[in-house]
Design a protein around this ligand. Structure first.
Ligand code: PEP
Ligand code: MN
Length: 266
């Protein structure tokens, strides 16, 4: 049973010839680690770097992020390398703090239905109109996701990018099942740009290039990729993070694919 028939609907999605890359480590771990990625991202002519300072970890004993120190490292790197910064806000009480340090706020999959957080993020960004990257819940339908995003927009900020990051299914060969169909569906059902996070559904770095190529082919507006200078030493999501040389090589391939569609990576 399909909840909305999109037959014949036009693409509403923003038409731009740019694909924004949100690359960076899963977690901000140190100045040295974060700056190494920032230098690489900037050298590739990209505009944004991502990194987690407050981490929503499945296991409470896992690394929880550097908190405000992580935000300071991000802000300094953003200035040094001329990059905009994106980080996740996991808790309503951190909205103002996070907003004061970065250019974009991410809402993670575990918080898609945390409506009080969504309202607070909408309120905190209402004047600045800073970017909100709103991930799909790992067990949410597209209709639920599009309903939830209104908690942000109705509180004052419609500068939102939706992000598909994979669903929980019966499949265990990948960490999550990437719903690539969400890209054209979102373009028909909403005006929001759509990002594809290619790292969290993959779970292992070898699958990341294929998913990134597929994301461009299916018409995404942006891509999220986790990159780390030394993935085996990473404090979170080591197996799925690309090394810097792998990231450089993938970007070269993605630039060629994007060009086929008349687009460029930024
Ligand atoms: C992340 O981007 O680091 C993250 C925790 O993502 P997700 O919410 O998709 O698991
Ligand atoms: Mn991660």
């Amino acid at each position: 049973m399909i909840d909305t028939d999109i037959t014949g609907l036009p693409d509403l999605g923003t038409k731009t010839d740019e694909i924004t890359i949100f690359a960076g480590p899963c977690s901000v771990e140190s100045e040295e680690q974060f700056n190494a990625v920032a230098e690489c991202v900037a050298a590739n002519g990209l505009h944004w770097i991502r990194g987690g300072a407050f981490k929503p970890r499945t296991n409470p004993h896992s690394f929880q992020g550097l908190g405000e120190e992580g935000l300071q490292i991000m802000q300094a790197a953003g200035k040094t390398y001329g990059l905009k910064t994106l980080t996740e806000v996991v808790d309503s009480e951190h909205c103002d703090l996070v907003h004061s340090y970065v250019d974009g706020l991410q809402i993670g999959t575990r918080n898609m239905a945390n409506y009080s957080l969504l309202k607070n993020v909408g309120r905190v960004t209402a004047d600045s109109h800073k970017l909100v990257l709103f991930k799909r819940g790992m067990a949410a339908t597209i209709a639920e996701w599009l309903a939830a995003v209104q908690y942000i927009t109705m509180n004052g900020n419609d500068n939102v990018i939706l992000c598909e990051r994979g669903l929980r299914t019966f499949e265990t060969a990948t960490r999550f099942t990437l719903d690539i169909s969400a890209v054209p569906v979102i373009h028909k059902q909403s005006l929001f740009p759509i990002c594809v996070d290619v790292s969290h559904p993959a779970g292992v770095r070898d699958l990341v290039p294929s998913l990134a190529k597929a994301a461009i082919a299916v018409g995404c507006d942006s891509i999220m990729i986790e990159v780390h200078p030394d993935p085996p030493q990473a404090k979170s999501d080591g197996p799925q993070q690309l090394t810097l040389p792998q990231f450089n090589e993938l970007l070269a391939q993605l630039r060629e694919i994007a060009a086929v569609f008349g687009k460029k990576l930024v």
